[in-house]
Ligand binder design. Structure first.
Ligand SMILES: [Zn+2]
Length: 270
């Protein structure tokens, strides 16, 4: 899957855009129809994207809560995740031509999100999480990525973070969209490089002023062993350190509970 290029197809619905994934082999230049080989897999990918956005929304909220403890740090609060929902084609007829689904019995699943501007700011890549800008927004996004890794106790980290400007309730905000995650089990959908992806974060992320200001600079997630007294929790140790106890105690138990909810969400959609 990782060797394939991903493109999305947009169908303009006014204020919303409905999207479906198309897989394109690097050496395949034929029509989109041939890219959809496995409808079940396609459906899973679509649901996984919605789950990633939901996780992002939740963890970003926790990030801002954590930042409230440091009122003197210039975190950019005008950061949001795209709001998305899943839409399934209904009816007895054949799937819509826009879905490129040819099987009559398949009910294509779409991911629907608010229309967004074309301007895009790229903050992190899939395996390169280094920072090239020092502005408050960029530093906030990079600190959020670091927070996502700590908050989940090293189980996942956000990658491919990109944003677009938008107005939300009269407020000028940056919307994060099409994000990917790396997870320990490598099962969060397209772009998930598993442990290798998490390791790439540890190797290429550099803590900026906001990581430092929010007291997460250099911190790595706790390992599940019995060496509890080791205080050297630094990124320099490339994942060999201990957790930030202050942070992990605060979220103890919370992630696993919500994870069950997410599993349930996925089952509901199967
Ligand atoms: Zn950092």
């Amino acid at each position: 899957m990782h060797s394939k290029l991903l493109i999305t197809s947009g169908k303009d619905l006014g204020d919303y855009v409905a999207k479906r994934f198309f897989k394109l082999s690097q050496d395949d230049t034929s029509s989109p129809n041939s890219f959809i080989e496995d409808y079940g897999e396609h459906r899973s990918m679509t649901i996984q994207e919605a789950i990633r956005i939901s996780q992002g929304t939740w963890i970003l909220k926790e990030f801002f809560k954590h930042a409230e403890n440091f009122p003197n740090i210039a975190v950019d609060n005008a950061l949001r995740f795209a709001s998305v929902f899943l839409a399934e084609e209904t009816g007895e007829g054949v799937p819509s031509p826009a879905s490129h689904v040819l099987e009559p019995n398949i009910k294509p699943l779409w991911i629907v999100e608010s229309w967004r501007a074309k301007a895009v700011t790229k903050f992190t890549g899939t395996l390169n999480h280094s920072s090239v800008r020092a502005d408050s927004l960029s530093q906030t996004v990079h600190a959020f990525a670091h927070f996502s890794y700590l908050f989940t106790k090293g189980e996942m980290v956000f990658a491919d973070l990109q944003g677009t400007p938008a107005f939300n309730n009269g407020e000028s905000v940056t919307i994060l969209f099409d994000v990917m995650t790396h997870t320990l089990h490598g099962d969060s959908g397209i772009g998930d490089h598993g442990e290798e992806g998490i390791q790439s974060f540890l190797e290429t992320h550099t803590c900026g002023e906001i990581c430092a200001g929010l007291d997460i600079k250099g911190r790595v997630a706790k390992e599940n062993d019995d060496d509890e007294d080791d205080d050297e929790d630094t990124l320099d140790r490339k994942g060999k350190g201990k957790a930030d106890k202050q942070l992990t105690e605060k979220v103890e138990g919370k992630f696993s509970d919500d994870e069950e909810d997410i599993d349930q969400l996925a089952k509901d959609h199967d």
